[in-house]
Design a protein around this ligand. Structure first.
Ligand code: SF4
Ligand code: SF4
Length: 100
């Protein structure tokens, strides 16, 4: 039987959006985030709430990304080894975004 391919989702090496429920000490703990609203590489999973979200034992990864024009994007999936997330024009964006 053929081995099932292991898909390694890109890790979020740092996120400075401390007001997000999934953030603790600049680390994202959402199991898998979604990036992009088609025009901007925003973190679509960002949730400005005073509550603890995510799984503390997990470092967040990119589950899906809608930024088809990013050089790291193939088939609406991110293939960067890791990304960083932070503030860009007063919104929380993937800072690894690079137009192809
Ligand atoms: S990457 Fe997104 S979901 Fe994770 S902590 Fe940052 S803003 Fe929140
Ligand atoms: S690096 Fe590009 S493809 Fe990966 S999450 Fe960021 S915007 Fe999406």
């Amino acid at each position: 039987m053929a081995a099932t391919p292991v898909i390694q989702l890109p890790v979020i090496s740092e996120c400075v959006a401390e007001s997000c429920a999934y953030n603790h000490d600049h680390t994202c703990h959402a199991v898998a985030i979604t990036v992009g609203d088609v025009s901007d590489p925003v973190c679509d999973t960002f949730m400005d709430a005073d509550m603890e979200g995510g799984e503390r034992s997990v470092t967040g990864r990119v589950g899906a990304c809608k930024m088809a024009d990013c050089r790291h994007n193939t088939g609406l999936e991110c293939h960067a080894p890791s990304i960083t997330v932070g503030y860009e024009r007063e919104q929380v964006d993937c800072l690894t975004y690079a137009r192809a």
